[in-house]
Design a protein around this ligand. Structure first.
Ligand code: MLT
Length: 382
């Protein structure tokens, strides 16, 4: 007889963003005449930049011709793109080609990598943070130790096997300074701890002193695995593409990750790869940067409003999110914003207990809708 993995029964009934989507649909069904402004999930709204469009068309032509057709991609992606990523994104950091794994999603890599580690591990996860880390560890039956600030791990000498770091943090947008990252890398080295470093939002960092890759920290290659995604950086949420660095210095994890990839995946989509390849090849990264600036401008507009109201602490934004202290239960506030203003937010409690009285707004909607949302809120937000 089949048996369910009981750990699945320990998950919340709905994934945070599925529940929000459901509430949004219910509202629209009951209020067909009303308009909503969705500032909840971090999903892009600008169309694909022209070099991505061109690359996908080129890729399609290659696949449409006998002499250039190719079938299954390598399980960790094609070298033509891997070389570009290493030469541009990791220009001054020595990473070997076989330490880079291109995939269809960071979410996939960050959850599936747990397959090659033992169960019942102690994992340190920040509260609040992207809920996928928590869910994937619940599924594995791991013991989760929540930390408020990363210094706490060192101060309390937490006995953990893995430390998750999301920098800039989703949802708070906070950046960790280099010194803090140096301390945590050194702690991980001393106690043989693995660091999962999620830098999905590194392209949004504005602070000139901030680090962009964990490998800028000395010896981080001995302990850290870095995850990056093209979803928000290149408008790839509909196309899917991401990459993960698994250094060969970390025991045999590189070989085992390769093994996992070759059994479970057949590599990323050629067309998705070709779209990004075209951006790098033609030196068109400025097109991506323009879109990122557009989203950051929206985020700054939202941030300025709530900063003025004393509801957020950060003056400048370093991510596409604004973390707002609403001093009320976050789901109650979600319904308050939805029903009174037609604005959809993400309730902070979905990111952990520390988010109980917070909401998160995103700058990923259009400039016009962002301004419209501010106008609506200015009228009578309590
Ligand atoms: C977010 O809004 O935090 C993310 O875009 C959601 C996700 O990646 O699943």
């Amino acid at each position: 007889m089949y048996r369910i993995n009981n750990n699945y029964l320990k998950l919340e009934n709905n994934y945070l963003f599925s529940k929000i989507a459901e509430e949004k649909q219910n509202y629209l069904r009951n209020n067909p005449e009303k308009e909503l402004i969705d500032l909840s999930i971090g999903d892009v709204t600008l169309p694909l930049v022209s070099s991505v469009q061109k690359g996908i068309k080129n890729g399609l032509e290659l696949l449409s011709c006998n002499s250039t057709f190719s079938g299954y991609p390598p399980a960790s992606g094609h070298d033509f793109l891997k070389n570009k990523i290493l030469n541009v994104d990791y220009k001054n950091i020595p990473i070997d080609l076989d330490e880079l794994f291109i995939s269809d999603s960071s979410k996939g890599d960050i959850t599936h990598i747990l397959d090659i580690l033992d169960n019942n591990l102690n994992v340190a996860i920040q509260d609040p943070v992207y809920p996928v880390y928590v869910d994937s560890n619940i599924i594995r039956g791991n013991n989760i130790i929540f930390y408020d600030s990363i210094e706490e791990i060192i101060e309390k000498k937490l006995d953990v096997d893995i430390i998750y770091i999301c920098n800039p943090n989703n949802p708070t947008g906070k950046l960790l300074p280099r010194e803090t990252l140096e301390k945590i890398v050194s702690y991980a080295l001393n106690y043989n701890i693995l660091i999962f470093y999620d830098s999905a939002y590194e392209a949004f960092i504005q602070d000139k002193n901030a680090i962009h890759s964990i490998y800028e920290i000395k010896d981080a290659k001995k302990v850290a695995i870095e995850f990056r995604s093209f979803s928000k950086t290149a408008g790839y949420t509909p196309l899917r593409l991401a990459y993960t660095i698994v250094p060969k210095e970390i025991s045999n994890l590189n070989i085992l990750f390769k093994r996992l990839k070759s059994t479970k995946y057949n590599g990323p989509s050629y067309l998705s790869e070709y779209g990004i390849y075209s951006v790098y090849k033609d030196n068109n990264l400025h097109e991506l940067k323009e879109n990122i600036s557009y989203y950051l401008k929206n985020t700054q507009i939202l941030n300025d409003y709530f900063y003025f109201k004393g509801m957020t602490n950060e003056k400048e934004v370093n991510s596409p999110y604004v973390w707002i202290n609403v001093k009320n239960d976050s789901w109650d506030y979600f319904y308050y914003l939805l029903n009174n203003f037609g604005i959809v937010c993400t309730p902070g409690s979905g990111f952990g207990k520390n988010g109980k009285t917070y909401i998160r707004l995103t700058g990923f909607n259009t400039f016009e809708n962002t301004l419209k949302a501010i106008d609506i809120l200015k009228k009578d937000l309590k």
